[in-house]
Design a protein around this ligand. Structure first.
Ligand SMILES: [Zn+2]
Length: 624
C-alpha cells in the first residue's frame, strides 16, 4: 500500500493529504502528531510581529505528560545567550585545519562574536504571552530558547489536546540562518520563527537548547496565515491557498489577481505531513518555475539582480535535471512543490523549501537532498547528525557527479575530510550529541565526512549494488518514522543477509581506525603466498587485487569473521573467496597458483572505498 501511494503522489491535493497521513500512521513505533494553525501580522517598520497559534496535539505515546516544551529559537540572538557564549568560547580554539570560510579559529565565521554586539533593536526574541488549554492559562517557565509548560492537567496517553498560544516576536538582525536584512539584502528569512513544540519520542523529550544546531520536530499539518505589507512577496515551504487573490506569479495562468484594498496582504499557506514551516519575504523577490513530468513543481525565488539572473536560471535547470536521478536512486519526493528561496546565510534545509545565500548549484542540490534524510526520514539530528548530514552529503555529491558524468572517484572529498579528522587528534565519536562536540571542526568532519564515508564504505562491505538496495529499502520502511542508527543497520543486515552491527559500533560509536598492509610474499609450492597484516584496530573485509606481468589480474576476497557472510562479486569480476579473517588475528595469508616471478603488483582495495588511514602500505609493486 505504501509503495502504491508513493507512486501516485501528485494526483490531487486531497489524495496527497490522505496518503501522507496514512504513511505516518505506522503501527510499530508510536509518534506524536500536531496541527498548527498560525496567524501572524508583521510590522515591517518595527521588524516585529504578533501571532496566535491554535494547536491540536495528539499524544500517541503510552505516557502521561505532565509537562510539555516549546522551542523559542530566536532568544538565542541576544548578547550573552548560550549561543553567543558558546561561539565566543570556540573562537578561542585554534584548529589545525581551518575551513575556507574560517579565520583559523573554531567558531562559525558567520556567527563569531556578532551576537554579543547586537543592540536592542537588532536582537531577536520570541515571547509567549500565554498558553491556554480549554480556556485555562498554563504555567510557563522560560529557559532562554526552551519554554517549559507545566500543565494544570496532564495529557493522558492516546488523547488529544487543543492549545491556544499567544506570542510576539522581534526578528533578529540576521546572524545565523534566520533573521532580517541578511548580507544579500533579503528583508526577512523566517525560519525557526514561531513557538514550535519539542518532539517527544520513545527516548523522551528532546528539549535541546539552541546553541548552533540541529533540528528535530513533530510531524503534522500547518495552516499559516501571514499578514504583511502588500509590496512584499512571500516565499514558503508549502502551498499557497489563495494564489489567485495574491498574484505575484503564484496565480493560475490566465487569472488576474485582485489588488488588495488595504495596505497588507494575507498569504494563506498550507503544508501537510511536515515537521517545520519556513517562509521569507522581500519586496524585490522574483520567481521562476520548472515543471517536472513526474515530480514536484520547482520554484526558485530570489532577489532580482540582473548580473546573477542567469545563475538562478541555471540552478533551476539543474534542479530539474537532478530530480529524476534523485528519485531513481533515493526514492520519490512526495510533496507537490519544492522552493529554493534566497535568504539566510549559506544553505539551510526546511520541509518543502530551503534558504540559500546564492545560486550555488551544489548547495541547492545538497539542501534539497535533506528532504530525504531530514524531512522524510527525519532522524534526530541532535543525536545522530551523521544520519542526516552524512547521508545528505553522500547522496547530493553522488547526484552532482552523475549529472556531471564525473569519471573520477567522486567521493574523495568526504574521505579526505575523514582522514584529516582521524589525524587531527581532536576526533570524537560520530555518536556524540551534535551540540556537545568539543569543536565545530570535529562535529563537521564527523557528521558530514565520516557520515558520508559510512555509506560509501558500506558499498565496499556489502557491494555498491546492495548498498543502493539498502538505501531504497531504508527510505521505504522508515520515512516519516524517525529512524535511529540501529534501524538503519537492521535494514542493511536484513537486505544483505550479513551481520553489520560491528560496523556501526566501530565506525560510529568509536574512533578506531582502519589500516591494512601487505606484509610479505613468499614462494609456496608452484605458486606464491601473500601475507597481510592488520595494523589498525578496526577490522574489515579485504579485497586484494593481484596484477601479473602479462597484464592479467586476479581478485581475491577475504570476508571478516563478524560478518557471517560475504558480499556478492562486483562488476562481474571473477574472484577467489578465501576463508574468513578472524577479527582478533593481526595476520592473514592466502595463496595464488601463479608463479611469484609473474607478479607485478599486489593491492589492497583497488576501489579505494576502504577508509584505510595509511594507504602507502596497501600496494606493493614488484621491481623487475
Ligand atoms: Zn546539510
Amino acid at each position: 500500500m505504501i509503495k502504491n501511494i508513493l507512486r501516485l503522489p501528485f494526483l490531487s491535493l486531497s489524495v496527497v493529504i490522505c496518503s501522507l497521513s496514512t504513511i505516518a500512521a505506522q503501527p510499530d513505533r508510536w509518534q506524536q502528531r500536531i496541527k498548527y494553525n498560525i496567524n501572524v501580522t508583521m510590522d515591517v517598520a518595527a521588524n516585529r510581529f504578533t501571532g496566535t497559534e491554535k494547536l491540536e496535539y495528539t499524544n500517541n505515546s503510552p505516557d502521561t505528560l505532565s509537562k510539555i516544551y516549546f522551542h523559542l529559537y530566536w532568544n538565542a540572538f541576544q548578547p550573552n545567550s548560550s549561543m553567543d557564549v558558546r561561539s565566543r568560547e570556540l573562537g578561542r580554539t585554534r584548529i589545525a585545519e581551518p575551513k575556507g570560510q574560517s579565520d583559523g579559529l573554531d567558531w562559525d565565521a558567520r556567527v563569531k562574536d556578532r551576537i554579543g554586539k547586537l543592540i536592542p533593536a537588532e536582537i531577536g526574541y520570541q515571547r509567549v504571552r500565554s498558553i491556554r488549554i480549554n480556556g485555562t492559562d498554563q504555567q510557563l517557565k522560560e529557559h532562554e530558547t526552551i519554554l517549559e509548560v507545566v500543565l494544570n492537567k496532564p495529557i493522558l496517553p492516546k488523547s488529544k489536546v487543543h492549545m491556544d498560544v499567544a506570542f510576539e516576536a522581534q526578528v533578529p538582525l540576521q546572524v545565523r540562518r534566520s533573521g532580517r536584512d541578511n548580507k544579500e539584502g533579503i528583508r526577512y528569512s523566517m525560519s525557526q520563527w514561531y513557538p514550535k513544540m519539542v518532539e517527544y519520542d520513545y527516548q523522551g523529550w528532546n528539549a535541546n537548547p539552541y546553541i548552533a544546531r540541529e533540528f528535530y520536530g513533530v510531524w503534522g499539518d500547518y495552516d499559516v496565515n501571514i499578514t504583511i505589507d502588500k509590496n512584499y512577496m512571500v516565499a514558503a515551504g508549502g502551498d499557497l491557498m489563495n494564489a489567485n487573490d495574491i498574484g505575484f506569479g503564484y496565480e493560475t495562468a490566465g487569472t488576474k489577481a485582485k489588488s488588495s484594498a488595504g495596505i497588507t496582504n494575507t498569504w494563506k499557506w498550507q503544508a501537510f505531513n511536515v515537521h517545520d514551516f519556513v517562509w521569507a519575504a522581500d519586496p524585490t523577490y522574483k520567481m521562476i518555475t520548472r515543471t517536472l513530468k513526474d515530480g514536484p513543481l520547482i520554484r526558485v525565488i530570489y532577489k532580482a539582480v540582473d548580473s546573477v539572473e542567469n545563475k538562478w536560471q541555471r540552478m533551476a535547470d539543474t534542479a530539474a535535471l537532478a530530480y529524476p536521478i534523485m528519485a531513481k536512486t533515493f526514492g520519490a519526493y512526495p510533496y507537490k512543490t519544492y522552493t529554493f528561496i534566497q535568504g539566510g546565510d549559506g544553505g539551510m534545509e526546511y520541509p518543502m523549501a530551503t534558504l540559500l545565500k546564492n545560486a550555488s548549484v551544489g548547495t541547492a542540490i545538497h539542501e534539497w537532498m535533506h528532504s530525504w534524510y531530514q524531512m522524510m526520514l527525519g532522524t534526530n539530528e541532535s543525536l545522530y547528525p551523521w544520519m542526516d548530514e552524512g547521508f545528505t552529503d553522500y547522496s547530493s555529491t553522488r547526484v552532482m557527479a552523475t549529472l556531471r558524468d564525473t569519471k573520477t572517484f567522486w567521493y574523495s572529498g568526504a574521505y579526505k575530510g575523514y582522514f584529516n579528522l582521524a589525524r587531527s587528534g581532536v576526533e570524537e565519536p560520530a555518536s556524540t550529541h551534535s551540540d556537545h562536540f568539543n569543536t565545530n571542526y570535529a562535529y563537521g568532519n564527523a557528521a558530514y565526512s565520516k557520515g558520508a564515508v559510512f555509506i560509501a564504505q558500506l558499498g565496499y562491505i556489502v557491494s555498491d549494488s546492495m548498498r543502493d538496495k539498502i538505501l531504497m529499502a531504508y527510505y521505504n520502511q522508515w520515512r516519516f518514522k524517525h529512524p535511529n542508527p540501529n534501524d538503519f543497520i537492521r535494514v542493511a543486515e536484513k537486505m544483505s543477509n550479513m551481520e553489520l552491527d560491528w560496523y556501526k559500533e566501530y565506525w560510529i560509536n568509536g574512533t578506531k581506525t582502519i589500516d591494512y598492509a601487505i606484509d610479505d610474499i613468499n614462494v609456496k609450492g608452484n605458486g606464491a603466498e601473500i601475507k597481510l597484516k592488520r595494523l589498525g584496530k578496526m577490522p574489515m573485509p579485504v579485497d586484494v587485487l593481484l596484477t601479473f606481468k602479462d597484464g592479467s589480474q586476479e581478485m581475491h576476497y577475504i570476508p571478516m569473521s563478524l560478518m557471517y557472510g560475504e558480499k556478492p562479486p562486483e562488476n562481474n569480476i571473477a574472484r577467489t573467496v578465501h576463508t574468513e579473517w578472524k577479527w582478533p588475528h593481526p595476520d592473514y595469508s592466502f595463496q595464488t597458483t601463479r608463479n611469484i616471478s609473474d607478479l607485478r603488483s599486489i593491492e589492497i582495495d583497488p576501489s579505494e572505498r576502504l577508509a584505510d588511514v595509511n594507504r602507502v602500505n596497501n600496494k606493493l609493486v614488484i621491481p623487475d
